[in-house]
Ligand binder design. Structure first.
Ligand code: ZN
Length: 198
């Protein structure tokens, strides 16, 4: 490959990252090549490793390097409760409150028609099957309090109720428009305790 096409290939690859345009991609590429070759190797290896080893947990859909993740395998958990969150970061936020000891389902996104994300993209069928497996008694919808998070909660709630599953939603202590990841732990803990029927 010619010099320009190797460089251009790197810049184009970096541009696939969200929010990275041609200017930032060029800056990153030149920085790595000029000042941080070790960093370039590190990123390359870490990406390769993650891309080849990380998969979705068979049960909760989160990222894991195993077939079933550690949280799902934890036998100290209340298997009758299933908390639905948008992202692994939101799951961590709920975990840090220590107010919840049940299991999770991670949507890995939200329903967002404008971005082309529909029910299929959030593993809706998988969640429905999981929630109606007979073990789960309550599904707690902990999607974000944004327009998309609320819309997602609505769709999930309708589907789950049709299957006779008890559905609750985090209480309104969580500020409107906010993402769980950035909400303080006390607020999430209260919202969990005060959850209401969805
Ligand atoms: Zn899992």
């Amino acid at each position: 490959m010619s010099d320009t096409s190797v460089l251009e290939g790197l810049i184009q690859a970096l541009r696939r990252l969200p929010g990275v345009g041609v200017k930032s991609a060029s800056r990153m590429a030149y920085h790595l090549l000029q000042h941080d070759r070790e960093g370039a190797e590190l990123i390359s290896q870490a990406l390769h490793q993650a891309a080849s080893q990380v998969q979705h947990c068979e049960r909760c859909h989160t990222f894991t390097t195993q077939t079933v993740c550690d949280t799902c395998l934890d036998d100290g958990r209340d298997t009758t409760r299933l908390c639905v969150v948008e992202t692994p970061a939101d799951q961590s936020a709920v975990e840090r409150t220590a107010a919840y000891k049940g299991l999770y389902f991670v949507l890995m996104g939200r329903i967002s028609p404008l971005d082309g994300f529909g029910p299929k993209d959030i593993g809706l069928e998988k969640l429905m099957a999981r929630a109606s497996d007979g073990m789960v008694k309550e599904v707690i919808l902990a999607t974000n309090f944004t327009a998309e998070g609320e819309a997602t909660a609505h769709v999930l709630s309708e589907g789950l109720k049709k299957r006779g599953v008890q559905v609750t939603r985090l209480a309104r202590g969580v500020p409107v428009g906010s993402e769980l990841e950035y909400v303080d732990l006390g607020t999430i803990a209260h919202a969990l305790v005060d959850r209401r029927d969805a």
